[in-house]
Design a protein around this ligand. Structure first.
Ligand code: TYD
Length: 208
């Protein structure tokens, strides 16, 4: 049997992450694998409660430090209650965002620095890392176009931040991928959905 794997999808707003995660889950299930599909912030009852604190309300609701701690607390609960137990029983876990989002958003764009975020993760989740992280990348103009279609109803506290913030997020993600080439695969999110799904599958082929 294929060893259980923890795979994360990362990227900025509007890159098609959630759609692609669903498609990837389906493709793995077709192969007979048990797959747990989850997301952050959230993925366990406690973490879903924290998600509402993080994504609702005014942008200035939390200081950058408190925001980073809340993400780390949500992740600690998610790892302990959902991810580790699933892997222990042999299931694959596919997660929409994980630690790298905190590194890019709070650490990079938010200015706290990646080392501070890694320390929070060391305490909260004992430094637990994915076997593979798939970074979906799209030019800023294309991402904005996709978002304007999807978010006609308005975006959340963090998604609604300015273009400079989101450009810093994208730069931070690409630096993270450069620094950890064994764990990361950079995926071009341009093109039709089927093509992108094939690229993602190709990037985990060695784990199957
Ligand atoms: P979500 O609705 O899941 O957005 P998306 O579809 O873009 O994934 O909202 C998650 C938001 O929270 C998104 O703006 C990214 C942000 N975020 C962080 O800032 N840090 C984190 O550690 C995580 C997991 C998410």
């Amino acid at each position: 049997m294929t060893a259980a794997r923890f795979i994360t999808l990362e990227g900025g707003e509007g890159v098609g992450k959630s759609t692609q995660l669903r498609r990837l889950v389906e493709r793995l299930r077709e192969r007979g694998l048990e797959v747990v599909e989850t997301r952050e912030p959230g993925g366990s009852p406690g973490a879903e409660a924290i998600r509402r604190l993080l994504l609702e309300g005014a942008d200035e609701r939390w200081t950058p430090e408190a925001e980073a701690l809340l993400f780390a607390a949500a992740r600690a609960d998610h790892v302990a209650r959902t991810i580790r137990p699933a892997l222990a029983r042999g299931a694959w876990v596919l997660c929409d965002r994980f630690l790298d989002s905190s590194l890019a958003y709070q650490g990079g764009a938010g200015g706290l620095g990646v080392e501070a975020i890694r320390s929070l993760h060391a305490v909260g989740s004992r430094g637990f890392l994915p076997h593979r992280t798939l970074l979906l990348e799209l030019g800023a103009a294309d991402a904005a176009r996709r978002l304007s279609v999807r978010d006609a109803g308005g975006s959340d506290r963090i998604g609604g931040r300015g273009d400079d913030y989101h450009a810093d997020v994208a730069a931070a993600f690409s630096a993270l991928a450069e620094a950890e080439p064994d764990r990361f695969r950079r995926i071009d999110a341009q093109g039709d959905v089927d093509q992108v799904t094939e690229r993602l599958l190709g990037a985990i082929k060695d784990l199957l």
